[in-house]
Design a protein around this ligand. Structure first.
Ligand code: NAD
Length: 286
C-alpha cells in the first residue's frame, strides 16, 4: 500500500504497460508513466478527452488515476547524447527533459522516490526483416531501444528506489526459441534483456536490495505487435497449441506484474516468468 510506480512505455490503452498500470493501481499504487515523445501529444489529448475512461475502470469501479505523464525517449541517456536532428525535430522540440537521466531527475524532484520500475517498451526498425537481411544499424537500434534502454532506466532510477523495491520488464519467447517473423534483431534484443535480468538482479540486489524480473508474455494485439505484422497468426497458434486454450488478456500479465512487485514475491529475483497460457512448455504443435 502507498507504493509509487514508474511505468515506461505507455502510449495508449491497448498494451501491456497500460494493463500493468491498472493492476498496480488496483493494488493501491500511485501511477507515473513515461510516454515516448512522438506519441505524447495524442496520448495526453486522448486521456484528457476521456477516450480511455472505459479502460480506466478498476475492479472497485473507480477510475485509474495517472498522477503524472513524463515525456521519455529511452534511446537517449542524457542531453549530450541527443543528435541535432532530434533536438530540432518538431515532434521533440515541444517537450523537454525527456532523456532517461532527465526523467529520473524530474521524478526525483517531483516525488523523491519510487518503489516499482516497469519497462514495457521495445522498438526494432527492421523487425519485419529476417535476421539474415538485418542491417548493422537496424540490429543495434533494436538492442538500443529494447535492451540497453532497460539497463539505462534501472541505472538512473536505482538511486530513487527504496530498498525492497522491484523492477520488471517484458520479454518474448523468441529470445530462446525460433519464431520466424520476429526479426530485425528483436529476438537478439530479448535474449540480451533476459540475460541482463540475471546480471542486474545480482547487481541491484547486492547494492540496493532491489529485485529484477522479466515477464515472458504471450501474444497480445498491441500497437507494437500489430506493427510486426504476424500477431493474429501468433494468437491463433497459441489458442490451438497452448495448454490453456483461451486468448491471453493484458490484465493477466498486469496481475503477474503486480504479484512480482509485491512482497508476495519477496524471494523472486533474476527470473523469467512465463505468462503465456503455458505455450512455452509445449515441445510440438498439436
Ligand atoms: P505497446 O505498443 O503498448 O508498447 C510499446 C511502447 O514502447 C509504446 O508505447 C511505444 O511508444 C514505446 N516506445 C518505443 N520506443 C520507445 C523509446 N525509444 N522510448 C520510450 N518509449 C518507446 O506494445 P506492447 O506489445 O504492450 O509492448 C510492451 C512490451 O511487451 C515490449 O517490451 C514488448 O516487446 C513486450 N511483449 C509484447 C508482446 C505482444 O504480443 N504484444 C509479447 C511479449 C512481449
Amino acid at each position: 500500500k502507498g507504493k509509487r510506480a514508474f511505468i515506461a512505455g505507455v502510449a495508449d490503452d491497448n498494451g501491456y504497460g497500460w494493463a500493468i498500470a491498472k493492476s498496480l493501481a488496483a493494488a493501491g499504487a500511485e501511477i507515473l508513466v513515461g510516454t515516448w515523445v512522438p506519441a505524447l501529444n495524442i496520448f495526453e489529448t486522448s486521456l484528457r478527452r476521456g477516450k480511455f475512461d472505459e479502460s480506466r475502470i478498476l475492479p472497485d469501479g473507480s477510475l485509474m488515476e495517472i498522477t503524472k505523464v513524463y515525456p521519455l525517449d529511452a534511446v537517449f541517456d542524457n542531453l549530450d547524447a541527443v543528435p541535432e536532428d532530434i533536438k530540432t525535430n518538431k515532434r521533440y522540440a515541444g517537450s523537454s527533459n525527456w532523456t532517461v537521466q532527465e526523467v529520473a531527475e524530474s521524478v526525483k524532484q517531483d516525488f523523491g522516490s519510487i518503489d516499482i520500475l516497469v519497462h514495457s517498451l521495445a522498438n526494432g526498425p527492421e523487425v519485419s526483416k529476417p535476421l539474415l537481411e538485418t542491417s548493422r544499424n537496424g540490429y543495434l537500434a533494436a538492442l538500443s531501444a529494447s535492451s540497453y534502454s532497460y539497463v539505462s532506466l534501472l541505472k538512473h532510477f536505482l538511486p530513487l528506489m527504496k530498498p525492497g523495491g522491484s523492477s520488471i520488464s517484458l520479454t518474448y519467447i523468441a529470445s530462446e526459441r525460433i519464431i520466424p517473423g520476429y526479426g530485425g534483431g528483436m529476438s537478439s534484443a530479448k535474449a540480451a534483456l533476459e540475460s541482463d535480468t540475471r546480471v542486474l538482479a545480482f547487481e541491484a540486489g547486492r547494492k540496493n536490495k532491489i529485485r529484477v524480473n522479466t515477464i515472458s508474455a504471450g501474444p497480445l494485439r498491441s500497437r507494437a505487435a500489430k506493427a510486426i505484422g504476424f500477431i493474429d497468426t501468433m494468437i491463433e497458434y497459441s489458442m490451438a497449441n497452448a495448454p490453456l486454450q483461451k486468448e491471453l488478456s493484458a490484465d493477466e500479465v498486469g496481475n503477474a506484474a503486480a504479484f512480482l512487485a509485491s512482497p508476495l514475491a519477496s524471494a523472486i529475483t533474476g527470473a523469467v516468468i512465463y505468462v503465456d497460457n503455458g505455450l512455452n512448455a509445449m515441445g510440438v504443435g498439436v
